[in-house]
Design a protein around this ligand. Structure first.
Ligand SMILES: NC(=O)c1ccc[n+]([C@@H]2O[C@H](COP(=O)([O-])OP(=O)(O)OC[C@H]3O[C@@H](n4cnc5c(N)ncnc54)[C@H](OP(=O)(O)O)[C@@H]3O)[C@@H](O)[C@H]2O)c1
Length: 244
């Protein structure tokens, strides 16, 4: 399924509050939608998988440990790693849309996004799948924090991004570079700190930078927002920041 490419994040104004319980555009993916999910077993990925199944979509999930995945009976499972090109290709083949909530399981330099995202892009090109919605991070770009108070920007960029978030941020920057050069219909959803709390169904969205004082958002709201993007061309070819 191909969507036209819109670079809407370069237009102003881009700041708004939306309800994540509703589709932003009114468009929806069809009931026969086939979705490939990377990172389905992760904290955000399992929420995404539940939502896709609830929407009636056919889900293919790439899993390293399918026995531990509670929804394994309800999805088509490809067993393998996102670092294996054949497994990645089997996962995306036949999909209408790819969702990724991949990430390293630790704060160390595992290079998961650095190595997996290029394989996903290549597999999508080879199999004619054009749409990908990937979970990124609000720290991925230098401009990300330009709406934040100066002390917060300094603290994040000088301290946090150089210490315990060094490798996750490096991975997210790599993901950004790969997706933005991919030529695919990509969207990178860029939240601040994720929580496991319930959805508030009301999030701030900005195409230019993390909304001011946007410190957190729940994985539930992120999953809802990513689901909305399946039927929404607005953020194709763009990063989009979301926060409470
Ligand atoms: N934590 C935060 O506050 C925060 C904030 C902003 C953005 N983010 C980003 O959000 C993303 C998701 O975070 P999360 O906390 O929801 O995820 P998570 O619980 O850490 O899950 C990561 C997922 O990636 C999978 N994965 C890792 N390496 C893999 C590989 N080689 N092959 C296949 N699958 C692999 C894991 O599979 P297994 O089950 O097999 O390990 C798991 O499903 C990350 O990219 C993170 O950087 C996080």
């Amino acid at each position: 399924m191909a969507w036209p490419c819109h670079f809407l994040n370069r237009e102003a104004p881009q700041r708004r509050i939306i309800r994540t319980s509703e589709s932003e555009s009114g468009l929806r993916g069809g009931w026969d939608m086939k979705v490939a999910i990377f990172g389905a077993s992760g904290a955000t990925g399992i929420l995404l998988t539940h939502r896709c199944l609830d929407a009636g979509y056919a889900v293919t999930a790439l899993l390293r440990s399918p026995d531990r995945f509670p929804l394994r009976e309800r999805v088509r499972v490809v067993v393998g790693s996102a670092l294996e090109s054949m497994a990645v290709r089997q996962t995306v083949e036949g999909a209408d849309v790819v969702l990724s909530a991949l990430g390293a399981r630790s704060w160390h330099n595992e290079y998961v996004l650095e190595r997996a995202v290029p394989l996903i892009v290549t597999a999508m090109r080879q199999t004619g799948v054009s749409r990908i919605i990937a979970l990124g991070s609000a720290g991925a770009l230098d401009d990300s924090l330009k709406l934040q108070p100066a002390w917060r920007r300094w603290f994040a960029q000088k301290i946090v991004y150089n210490t315990f978030l060094k490798w996750p941020i490096a991975s997210q920057r790599a993901q950004w570079l790969t997706l933005s050069a991919s030529g695919l219909d990509w969207t990178m959803v860029m939240p601040p700190m994720l929580t496991n709390g319930p959805a508030r169904h009301r999030v701030r969205v900005d195409g230019q930078a993390l909304p001011r004082r946007g410190m957190r958002i729940s994985r539930a709201d992120v999953a809802d927002f990513m689901m909305q993007q399946i039927g929404n061309p607005r953020w194709i070819g763009a990063g989009v920041y979301i926060a409470w």
